[in-house]
Design a protein around this ligand. Structure first.
Ligand code: TXA
Ligand code: MG
Length: 320
């Protein structure tokens, strides 16, 4: 059944909801482009999304919800953010807002950022899937990293093949252009990505000109470009084979004798998907332990290891 294109009827949507709950990936249509969806609260399912896309870094994902009520449990909405959600949801506007401490959304979804991107899609299949799954769905565009977004089920199948348990076929998407991404984290809204909702339409709602981060494209190709990106206070020492007194240890795979140290093993069995799912929470916990240095044992650089190493190198880079 893997990779099969299925008609987006009630039976298949129910099956897809079940698959999401079981941690599998489901490709589904939205009014913009097709998404590759995973249970946003399941770190390993989210890690599989990055693995399937072959993305060399962890670019944060959009969390899809049914509406503002569900979104408010995940992020904090300022009056402006609320006004925008009321004006444009359901629809192709993604709002980046501060992430609630209490949310059970995987940290990998935000790539360690204290913020979260939320959108309520306006497509009957996407909405029915969200209802069946009974949880928020993290979904980037359903294409391999570096390829163009998929606007038809066949494009998803050609690009991601077996990686989605099922591809719900809702025909060609209406907009064929990704959602507009707007940050409401600072004092004024900032346009992060141009998309299906024109900037002027947003300006009419907020009554002021929008600050633009760029004139085109995905600006945040790398979360490391973000000033606010979570950076540990502790210094990271990569590829550590030995450790000094007082160091905390971030380990991967079977490691020998760490007696009585503050240690977190990302995956004792050496599973990169499990490691990716644990990475950001582990960094946070070790940082909070108060250690001045975190010694990190080597992580292989194949598969998700490339993105894990990218993030570790950024976290280890000298602060400016
Ligand atoms: O139309 C769409 O938005 C589609 C459908 C499936 O919803 N999704 C999509 O996702 O285009 P993706 O992953 O290809 O692009 C998400 C964009 C990226 O530019 C990412 O950097 C940005 O949203 N983003 C996600 N979370 C963010 C955050 N916390 N802060 C800033 N930007 C964020
Ligand atoms: Mg994309």
């Amino acid at each position: 059944m893997h990779g099969r294109i299925a008609p987006a009827n009630a039976e298949w949507i129910a099956e897809a909801g079940h698959l999401i709950r079981s941690g599998a990936l489901v490709a589904f249509p939205t009014e913009t482009v097709y998404g590759l969806g995973a249970d946003a609260t399941n770190g390993e399912a989210v890690a599989r999304v990055f693995d399937a896309k072959g993305r060399p870094t962890f670019n944060p994902l959009i969390v899809h919800v049914l509406g503002l009520e569900q979104a408010k449990a995940i992020g904090t909405f300022s009056p402006t953010a609320r006004r925008l959600a009321e004006a444009f949801w359901p629809g192709p506007l993604t709002l980046v807002v501060p992430r609630r401490e209490t949310t059970d959304i995987s940290e990998l979804v935000s790539a360690g950022l204290p913020t979260i991107a939320l959108r309520a899609p306006d497509h009957p299949v996407a909405r029915a899937l969200l209802k069946e799954a009974q949880r928020p769905i993290a979904a980037p565009s359903a294409n391999r990293s570096g390829h163009v977004s998929a606007t038809r089920a066949e494009h998803v199948a050609a690009d991601l093949g077996e990686r989605a348990a099922v591809i719900l076929d809702g025909g060609p998407t209406a907009h064929g252009l990704e959602s507009t991404v707007l940050s409401l984290v600072g004092t004024t809204p900032v346009l992060l990505r141009l998309g299906a909702v024109p900037a002027e339409t947003i300006e009419q709602v907020i009554g002021e000109p929008l600050a633009r981060r760029t004139e085109a494209g995905d600006v945040l190709t790398s979360p490391g470009q973000l000033q606010s990106h979570y950076a540990p206070r502790a210094r990271l020492r990569l590829n550590a084979q030995t450790w000094q007194p007082g160091e905390a240890v971030l380990a991967f795979g079977p490691v020998a004798d760490f007696a009585a140290r503050t240690i977190i093993n990302l995956s004792p069995s050496g599973d990169l998907i499990e490691a990716a799912a644990n990475l950001f929470a582990a960094l946070r916990t070790l940082d909070a332990s108060g250690a001045a240095t975190i010694a990190v044992t080597p992580v292989p650089s194949h598969g998700l290891g490339e993105a894990i190493n990218d993030r570790l190198e950024r976290a280890a880079a000298p602060r400016v």
